[in-house]
Ligand binder design. Structure first.
Ligand SMILES: Cc1ncc(COP(=O)(O)O)c(C=O)c1O
Length: 370
């Protein structure tokens, strides 16, 4: 089976993790944590970094920083992972959803302004599958309406919008370092922010709001969202070769695009003129004209020894939210199509060029002979 993604761990990661283990600094303080926070923030051109246990907790922390009142609204794309919506609903907020752009699959920025109400507090942008969202209009709208911009850059390590790094454009941004991400710490995440006050509060919330002067006196309820020094050591080692990782991901994608460009029954991922796509995953849309949906197509690929993953199912189609009365009459046709016809194919850092060829030929064969 060709796996959809496998992490690449080198001798350097082993060296730094061993160093960490030998030092005894194995919990949530230590030089690798400091180094990982500082160097990731610097890489993204943000002044403050707060490492946390995963991308989901990073989102929870980011939304908590908004101090939402019950019923406050946060605008976000429907086509994303549930971590985004639940970060808002756990804080008593209401996610207000936006459909996707059919060409680049990002949040359709032309739909944002009509969804703003007096209760709107923030826009949560999610860069999808390695490609940035169109940030300039989003930031302009946010500034005009006094809204905070949270950027979810979990999937876009090293991606760029008009030459600037994703995760360095909003007021607060978050990352995931799960094993399938470009940079991984096994499990892990980070919150970045431009604002010192938010950074200080995020640090406190991450660590149960212990106080410096009197540790066990609490003025606020926080979380244990800490990352360990061991995990950060992995991150430091990976970050040393991020340029190489980004280049390899782009090369994998270019090889697929070249080999699949004349296959009529599928749509391929794009790179807008203002974007540097890092192709976190290589997603394809199976056209309805093939007579197959993504699930059926995935089944055919599995029979040929190729693993895939389906695209996200929009937040408005989630039974858990429908049962709460949310999004009941919402329709987002682009996201609905992406969910039914989209899947991503193997593109992890361990994939061989011969496997890219094998996957491409399998896709061509299935589309042609269905
Ligand atoms: C866009 C996005 N946000 C947040 C997350 C959550 O990250 P984690 O799996 O580290 O909790 C993911 C996970 O893949 C994601 O794709």
């Amino acid at each position: 089976m060709i796996p959809v993604s496998e992490p690449l761990v080198t001798d350097r990661e082993i060296e730094l993790v061993l160093d960490c283990l030998k030092s005894g600094w194995i919990s949530s303080s230590g030089k690798y944590l400091d180094q990982f926070e500082a160097s990731w923030a610097k890489y993204c051109n943000m002044p403050y970094g707060i490492a946390v246990s995963n991308g989901t907790t990073a989102l929870q922390l980011a939304v908590r920083l908004l101090d939402l009142e019950p019923g406050d609204e946060v605008i976000m794309p429907t086509f994303t992972i549930i971590s985004c919506a639940q970060a808002i609903t756990y804080c008593g907020g209401i996610p207000v959803l936006i459909d996707s752009d059919p060409h680049n699959w990002q949040m359709d920025v032309s739909q944002i302004e009509s969804k703003i109400t007096p209760r709107t507090r923030a826009i949560m942008v999610v860069h999808i599958y390695g490609h940035p969202a169109d940030m300039d209009p989003i930031i302009e709208i946010a500034e005009r309406h006094g809204l905070i911009v949270i950027e979810d850059a979990a999937e876009t390590h090293g991606a760029e919008y008009k030459g600037r790094k994703c995760g360095g454009l909003g007021d607060i941004s978050i990352f995931s370092f799960y094993a399938n991400k470009l940079i991984t710490t096994g499990e892990g995440g980070m919150v970045l922010t431009k604002r010192e006050d938010l950074a200080e509060r995020a640090r406190s919330l991450r660590n149960l709001c212990f106080q410096k002067k009197q540790r066990f006196l609490h003025n606020e309820l926080g979380y244990n969202f800490r990352l360990t020094n061991i995990q950060a050591a992995l991150g430091v080692a990976q970050l040393e070769r991020i340029e190489q990782i980004v280049e390899r991901k782009r090369a994998i994608a270019h090889a697929y695009s070249e080999q699949l460009k004349d296959v009529a029954g599928i749509e391929l991922p794009v790179e807008e003129p203002w974007a540097k796509n890092v192709y976190w995953v290589y997603g394809i849309i199976v056209k309805e004209s093939t007579g197959m949906n993504a699930l059926q197509f995935a089944q055919r690929l599995v029979e040929k020894g190729i693993e895939t993953r389906p695209f996200f199912l929009g937040m408005h189609e989630q039974p858990v939210y429908r049962a709460q009365g949310l999004f009941r009459n919402d329709k987002y046709p682009v996201a609905e199509r992406l969910a039914r016809q989209g899947l991503y194919i193997p593109s992890g850092l361990t994939i061989k060029d011969s496997e890219i060829k094998e996957v491409s030929e399998a896709i061509r064969d299935i589309v042609t002979n269905h």
